[in-house]
Design a protein around this ligand. Structure first.
Ligand code: UDP
Ligand code: MG
Length: 195
């Protein structure tokens, strides 16, 4: 099976804790999008009994580094194919965050129509992550992993956003220092051609 070339894919990017998942959930309530979080798909695979990738995924998530692209792309591709009969529009949350992922996904799966980039200061992200850590139960919502995730974001993921902006011209930047509802209004504006 292959991915239907008529679907629309939107990348949703931004540093850790910026609110990607929160905004995607709001979009899903109002519009017919399938929300695929790369991190959630990886955590699901990690917890699947007998998965050959459990250990490698767990280690990367703890270290805040990027799981080898073939694992993540395979999970995303499978999830798109499994939903493309019902959905025409997909939010791909937290992906691509390394250059090889971006290039290979767009070549081998499908080019994205748009990238929403949530721009946020490190202080605000840290505050949101520490708040989330009280209830998330996530192995990487602790100060040590959070520092590593910030580091990976700056060194590895920001160049991807620059590439999508300067070479692909598909980035819309959203200021995330506002309230959830104000940000959502900006998101809807940025996505008006897709929703
Ligand atoms: N991750 C990865 N490849 C991806 C997306 C996520 O390796 O394409 C890993 C990475 O280790 C990252 C972790 O999954 O730190 C958690 O990602 P998630 O998107 O859930 O975190 P968020 O940025 O939303 O806090
Ligand atoms: Mg997330």
């Amino acid at each position: 099976m292959s991915v239907n070339k008529d679907i629309s894919v939107v990348f949703v990017l931004g540093g850790p804790g910026v609110g990607k998942g929160t905004q995607c959930s709001k979009l899903v309530k109002d519009f017919k999008f399938k929300h695929l979080s790369a991190g959630d798909l990886l955590r699901e695979e990690q917890n699947k009994e007998g998965s050959q990738y459990s250990q490698i995924i767990r280690q990367h998530i703890k270290d805040g580094t990027i799981v080898p692209q073939e694992i993540t792309i395979q999970l995303l591709k499978k999830a798109i194919i499994g939903n493309q009969e019902e959905y025409q529009k997909f939010l791909i949350d937290g992906f691509p965050r390394k250059m090889d992922q971006a290039v290979i996904f767009e070549e081998e799966v499908i080019p994205a129509k748009l990238t929403i980039f949530f721009d946020c200061s490190k202080d605000v992200m840290l505050e949101r992550l520490l708040e989330r850590s009280k209830t998330s139960g996530r192995e990487d919502d602790n100060l040590e992993s959070i520092e590593k995730r910030f580091d990976t974001f700056v060194k590895t993921s920001v160049p991807v956003i620059e590439y999508l902006d300067k070479s692909r011209h598909i980035v819309k930047k959203i200021d995330c220092s506002k309230t959830v509802d104000e940000i959502y209004a900006d998101v809807k504006k940025a996505m008006k051609d897709i929703i």
